[in-house]
Ligand binder design. Structure first.
Ligand SMILES: C[S@@+](CC[C@H](N)C(=O)[O-])C[C@H]1O[C@@H](n2cnc3c(N)ncnc32)[C@H](O)[C@@H]1O
Length: 320
């Protein structure tokens, strides 16, 4: 089985050869492309260029450039791991792009891909009335949302929380990479538990929301992502309902909450039929992102209490 990979190292010579051959292997293996690239050619190009210590876009005249043996070995090894281990490409190259910015990623964090990026890039218009002074990124993972918000709103202070110390280590690296240590505070917290009475103008969250049954059906690539980043309980709503219920206590009077719940939208609407959530239409695609004001949450308090009543507010695992 290893033969065809060895043959490729010997027989292929240019970037074009390797990208074409690699794309054919990715297509044939039916790899899942939900972690950043649009098609097998782009995916193969990302991996081959990583082996060459280059980033896309490659100037067209370099596609005919011949590779050294070492470069061919490295490129083929990456393609092989992508096919055989089903590792998402961003973990193989150690980088993912979010809101036009590069972030370090590894299997301690979800690969950032939230459609909330589009809202950050657009300054959360038309929902924010004024630039936010205090922002909370709840369930920050790699820190991508927190960092992108800090850069989009240069006057804002951002708190970024996650229950996973491993994720926070990755977030710390990304905060330093983008030079926003002075304005982004990282905290280990089970939802709002470590925040005391602090209030925010804007709370943004991409929490875990995959329902149990759906989790079991996800393509193998998702098994490399932390389960804690995906699993949202039987309906996908465990964390979502808890974060909604506690949000009014952490929002300023004019505050706004923005949450991605993806495919859990249907279950959420079933559980909270009266809550006026505004579902955002995104130009670049992506589903299940809503915005809601503190005022609207207050008005729906009773319904929220009823829906979230059975959900434990705290999920922090025992230390060790
Ligand atoms: C879907 S990932 C999102 C990461 C990042 N916001 C992004 O968009 O790429 C969800 C994150 O929530 C964290 N998490 C899960 N339960 C949590 C809780 N109860 N409190 C805080 N963070 C939690 C996970 O560790 C994971 O990093």
């Amino acid at each position: 089985m290893g033969e065809r990979w060895d043959e490729a190292v010997e027989e292929l010579s240019t970037v074009r050869d390797l990208v074409r051959w690699g794309a054919s292997r990715l297509e044939e293996a039916g790899v899942w492309l939900g972690h950043g690239t649009a098609d097998p050619v782009e995916e193969a190009l990302t991996l081959v260029l990583h082996a060459l210590r280059l980033r896309p876009p490659l100037p067209p005249e370099l596609f005919g450039a011949r590779l050294t043996r070492r470069e061919r070995c490295e490129a083929v090894a990456l393609l092989r791991r992508r096919v055989e281990e089903r590792l998402p490409a961003p973990y193989l190259v150690g980088e993912a792009w979010f809101a036009g910015l590069p972030f370090h990623v590894d299997p301690r964090v979800l690969v950032p891909r939230s459609p909330i990026a589009e809202l950050i890039e657009g300054g959360f218009e038309p929902w924010l009335q004024a630039p936010p002074r205090r922002i909370l990124d709840l369930c920050t993972g790699s820190g991508a949302i927190a960092v992108a918000c800090a850069l989009a709103f240069p006057e804002a202070e951002v708190d970024a929380v996650d229950v996973s110390p491993e994720a926070l280590a990755v977030a710390r690296r990304n905060v330093a990479r983008h030079g926003v240590e002075g304005r982004v505070r990282l905290l280990r917290s089970d939802l709002y538990s470590a925040l005391g009475g602090r209030r925010y103008d804007l709370i943004v969250s991409n929490p875990p929301y995959v329902a149990e049954e759906e989790l079991a059906r996800l393509p193998p690539e998702y098994r490399h992502e932390p389960r804690l980043a995906l699993a949202g309980g039987p309906e996908g709503l465990d964390v979502v309902l808890a974060l909604l219920r506690q949000a009014p206590a952490h929002l300023e009077p004019e505050g706004l909450l923005v949450v991605e719940v993806g495919a859990a939208r249907e279950a959420l609407e079933r559980r909270l039929p009266g809550l006026p959530l505004t579902w955002v239409e995104l130009e670049r695609g992506g589903e299940g992102v809503f915005v809601v004001t503190r005022e609207e949450l207050e008005a729906g308090r009773e319904e929220l209490e009823r829906a979230a009543g059975g959900v434990p507010a705290g999920r922090l695992p025992e230390p060790g």
